[in-house]
Design a protein around this ligand. Structure first.
Ligand code: PMV
Length: 340
């Protein structure tokens, strides 16, 4: 049996604008998704957190991968991914089945196996639950079938899996879950992916869960895309400028400006329509005590990332609003083999 894991992530800045080619600063978090694989008589999937399982034939999975790829191409053409999202939502174990089917197609796996999936990352909450699995699944299957892939190759497969789940993702989430640490990520041909050494800043952050988003990442990204282009691009470009400035701030350890930039980013994300009341309330309260607070990931709820030099004051402020600040290790190792 092989067990592999990959971490989740938080966006310090740059979510949504990263989809349009602006950079993002993304940091891995110490909550992981685990995938255990072993050879078996048929393809068996067990998703521990939702207590769901399924048995599939290899031909069924190969066909599913082809159907999804065709559907993705049609959706890309029409710029409407709703048919793809509906298929995945309505299919038993849809998203997980898609990850596995796509990995089998990409790695040319023709032998059966059983796969057990469990995760410390809440689903669809801005911490990269799907990206972590998109990385851990190909890693585990490549280890099991001795088709050992490089990190870059795993990341490429993970991006293809993420595209099936989210339509046109930036590739930032799968990259941070794959490489770990903290990354400067800019989508392009090729993507720019640079490690950032932020050890000194990774204390005094807390993560705060607000509520389960009612929309998926793909749906929230589509909503931003359907805004008036002039209105949207102004904010996207501003987010990009703040992200460049954030990189300089981190290098100079200018935490005052770092917090301001987090707050400014939050306000722009709210203008893009991806914030909710709870996030706005926490943001306002943390800003009033001279901290920084913003949503993390696609928004619509999910997690926030907050910073203050006085951690106790930050935690008290968040608790007073009825939310639970979570101190989570940041900048952890990327995808890895746990057991062989
Ligand atoms: O909410 P998450 O963890 O899926 O993060 C999405 C980040 C976006 O920038 C909104 C989308 C992307 O593809 O980068």
């Amino acid at each position: 049996m092989v067990t592999c894991s990959a971490p989740g992530k938080t966006h310090l800045i740059g979510e949504h604008s990263v989809v349009y080619g602006e950079p993002a600063i993304i940091i891995s978090v110490g909550k992981r998704a685990y995938v255990s694989a072993e050879k078996a008589e048929s393809v068996k999937i067990y998703a521990h957190d939702i207590n769901e399982s399924g048995v599939f034939s290899i031909s069924e999975l190969k066909e599913f991968a082809e159907t999804l790829q065709q559907l993705w191409a049609n959706c890309f053409e029409t710029k409407n991914f709703v048919p793809l999202y509906s298929l995945l939502k309505n299919e038993h174990l849809g998203h997980i089945k898609a990850m596995i089917a796509k990995t089998m197609a990409e790695l040319d796996i023709n032998a059966p196996f059983s796969l057990k999936i469990s995760s410390e990352l809440p689903i669809g909450s801005g911490l990269g639950s799907s990206a972590a699995l998109s990385v851990a699944v190909p890693k585990a299957l490549s280890e099991l079938f001795k088709n050992t892939l490089t990190l870059d190759e795993i990341n490429q497969v993970a991006y293809k899996i993420e595209s099936l789940a989210h339509g046109t993702p930036s590739g930032g989430d799968n990259s941070i879950c794959c490489y770990g640490g903290a990354l400067w990520f800019k989508k392009g041909t090729p993507n720019i992916i640079e490690p950032l050494h932020l050890d000194f800043t990774l204390k005094n952050f807390v993560l705060v869960f607000t509520r389960i988003p009612q929309l998926t990442t793909g749906e929230l990204v589509s909503n931003v895309r359907s805004l008036d282009p002039e209105y949207r691009d102004l904010r996207v470009n501003q987010l990009g400028m703040y992200t460049y400035e954030m990189r300089e701030c981190l290098a100079k350890q200018d935490f005052t400006r770092m917090k301001e930039l987090m707050n400014l980013a939050q306000e722009l994300l709210a203008e893009l329509g991806v914030s909710i009341d709870a996030i706005d309330r926490i943001h306002t309260a943390v800003k009033e005590i001279n901290g920084g607070a913003k949503l993390s990931g696609a928004g619509g709820g999910g997690y926030m990332v907050c910073y203050h030099e006085d951690l106790q004051l930050l935690e008290q402020t968040i608790k007073k609003l009825g939310y639970v600040p979570e101190q989570v290790e940041l900048g952890v190792e990327g995808v890895r083999t746990e057991r062989k």
